[in-house]
Design a protein around this ligand. Structure first.
Ligand SMILES: Cc1ncc(COP(=O)(O)O)c(C=O)c1O
Length: 421
C-alpha cells in the first residue's frame, strides 16, 4: 500500500520525541563525577587508577591504560609493536581514519587491504598478497561491532611473524568463537567517546596481555615518561612522548558508566535483534549478517541498499543520500559512516603526512594506493547507511519496531525517493 513519505509531507513513522538520547545519565553518574570534583586530585586520582583495574577485568586483559581517545590508544599500540620509520603495517581499506593515521603518527606506512562484503571487515583472503619483507604488523578493526575473522587472521600473522593490533573502538563485548575481541592480538585499543557503546564523553584504553609491549606503548602516554599512573614523576623524557592522559573527572564518569555497560550492551542487543527480525523481507534492503560463531555487539546496525536492483549502480552514493534523508525524515536516525575508502582520503592519497613526503619518502617506498584495488570497500562506502543511537539504551524494542516500520515504508515506496532533493 502506497503511503506518502514524511520527506514529501506524509506522517512520520517514528513519532517525534520517541527516541531517547544516549547515554542514560543516572544518579551514580552524578554522584561519582561530583565526588571526583570535590576531591583534590583531578588528573590521576583514585578514579583513574581504579578504572584501569576495572576495565582490564571487564575486557579480560592483564594491562589497561586509560587515555584521552581511541586514536591515542591506537598510536600507543603501534609504538608497542617496534615498528620503525618506513616499516609497513596492513590496514583495512574501510575503517575510521585513525586505524591508518596511527601508523603515520609513528612514521610507519599503511598498506591497505580490501574488506569482505559479508562482514565488512578485513578480508583474510587478501592479506598475504600485501605482505612484504617490510611488513611488521596487521591492524584489524572489528567494525560496527562485528569481529573480523580472528581465527584466520591470527594464523596468517603467526605464520609470517607479524604483530596483531586490534582496533576494538567499536567492539566492546564483541566475541569471536566465544572469546572477547581485544584478547586475540598482541595489543588493542578501545574508545569510549560519545558515540561508543561505552561512553565517557571522550576517552580510550590501550590494553595488552604482554607487559613488555604494554610498557613500550605507554611511554607515549605522558611526554615519554615511563611510568604507571600511580607512580611518581622524574620529568625525564625517556622516549618520544605525547600527552595522551585524561582526567579523574572523565575517569569517574567512565567508572559510573562501566557499572552498567553489560546492561547497556544487553539492551542494545535486544533492540537490534528486534529490528533485524523485522527487516528480513524488506525490498532492496541488504541487512547485516552474523556468521556462525560471531557475537555482534550491534554498535552500528549497518544496512546496504541493492543499487543494482534499484537501477542506481551508476549514481549509487547520490541515490543512497536521498534514501538517508528520507529515512531521517521518518524519524529513523541514520547516517553514512565512511563515504570514502581510507586510501582515498586526502591525507593518505597525497602521501604527505609530516611534510616532504614523510613517511613514504623516508625510505624508498612503492606502496600503491590506486583505488581499483579496493572495489568492495568502494561499493560498501556508496551503498550503506547505519543506525546507532536509536538502538541504544534507554530505547526499547518498541522503538526498534517503529524504526523497522520507517525503513519498510521508505523501501516499499522507493519510487517517491526519486522526488527527494
Ligand atoms: C574503528 C575506530 N577506530 C578508532 C576510532 C578513534 O576513536 P576516538 O574517537 O576515541 O579517537 C574510532 C572512533 O570513532 C573508530 O570508530
Amino acid at each position: 500500500m502506497s503511503e506518502t513519505l514524511a520527506i514529501l509531507g506524509g506522517e512520520r513513522a517514528v513519532p517525534e520525541g520517541m527516541v531517547k538520547p544516549w547515554p542514560p545519565i543516572e544518579e551514580i553518574d552524578r554522584k561519582m563525577v561530583l565526588a571526583s570534583l570535590a576531591d583534590n586530585q583531578h588528573t590521576v586520582g583514585a578514579n583513574y587508577t581504579e578504572l584501569d583495574k576495572e576495565f582490564a577485568a571487564w575486557a579480560g586483559v592483564k594491562h589497561s591504560l586509560f587515555c584521552n581517545s581511541g586514536t591515542a590508544a591506537l598510536h600507543m599500540a603501534v609504538a608497542a609493536c617496534e615498528c620503525g620509520c618506513g616499516d609497513e603495517v596492513i590496514v583495512p581499506a574501510y575503517t575510521w581514519p585513525s586505524s591508518a593515521t596511527c601508523c603515520l603518527h609513528h612514521n610507519v606506512i599503511p598498506v591497505f587491504v580490501d574488506i569482505e562484503w559479508s562482514t565488512m571487515n578485513l578480508d583474510p583472503d587478501r592479506i598475504e598478497a600485501a605482505i612484504t619483507p617490510r611488513t611488521k604488523a596487521i591492524i584489524v578493526a572489528h567494525l560496527h561491532g562485528l569481529s573480523a575473522d580472528m581465527g584466520r587472521i591470527m594464523a596468517i600473522a603467526r605464520k609470517h611473524g607479524l604483530v596483531v593490533i586490534e582496533d576494538c573502538c567499536q567492539s566492546h563485548g564483541t566475541t569471536f568463537e566465544g572469546r572477547r575481541v581485544g584478547t586475540f592480538g598482541d595489543v588493542a585499543a578501545f574508545s569510549c567517546n560519545q558515540n561508543k557503546c561505552f561512553c565517557s564523553g571522550e576517552g580510550g584504553f590501550f590494553v595488552s596481555n604482554d607487559l613488555e609491549r604494554f610498557e613500550r606503548g605507554k611511554t607515549l602516554w605522558y611526554f615519554g615518561e615511563h611510568r604507571r599512573p600511580e607512580g611518581g614523576t622524574t620529568y625525564q623524557a625517556y622516549g618520544l612522548g605525547w600527552m595522551y592522559r585524561s582526567s579523574d573527572l572523565v575517569a569517574a564518569f567512565a567508572r559510573a558508566q562501566l557499572t552498567r555497560l553489560d546492561k547497556h550492551l544487553a539492551d542494545l542487543k535486544a533492540n537490534a535483534e528486534r529490528l533485524h527480525a523485522r527487516l528480513a523481507d524488506v525490498p532492496h534492503l541488504i541487512p547485516p549478517v552474523v556468521p556462525a560463531g560471531y557475537g555482534h555487539n550491534w554498535y552500528n546496525y549497518t544496512i546496504r541498499f541493492d543499487m543494482d536492483a534499484l537501477g542506481h549502480a551508476e549514481d549509487a552514493a547520490a541515490f543512497r543520500g536521498k534514501i538517508v534523508r528520507a529515512l531521517n525524515a521518518e524519524g529513523v536516525g541514520n547516517g553514512v559512516w565512511q563515504a570514502w575508502p581510507v586510501p582515498e582520503m586526502t591525507a593518505i592519497a597525497a602521501k604527505n603526512a609530516y611534510g616532504r613526503g614523510c613517511p613514504w619518502a623516508c625510505r624508498e617506498s612503492n606502496v600503491d594506493y590506486s583505488l581499483d584495488q579496493f572495489p568492495v570497500a568502494q561499493k560498501h562506502c556508496d551503498w550503506h547507511t547505519g543506525i546507532t543511537m536509536p538502538l541504544r539504551s534507554p530505547n526499547t524494542p518498541k522503538v526498534a519496531e517503529r524504526l523497522a516500520d520507517g525503513i519498510r515504508k521508505v523501501m516499499e515506496n522507493i519510487d517517491q525517493v526519486d522526488q527527494v532533493e
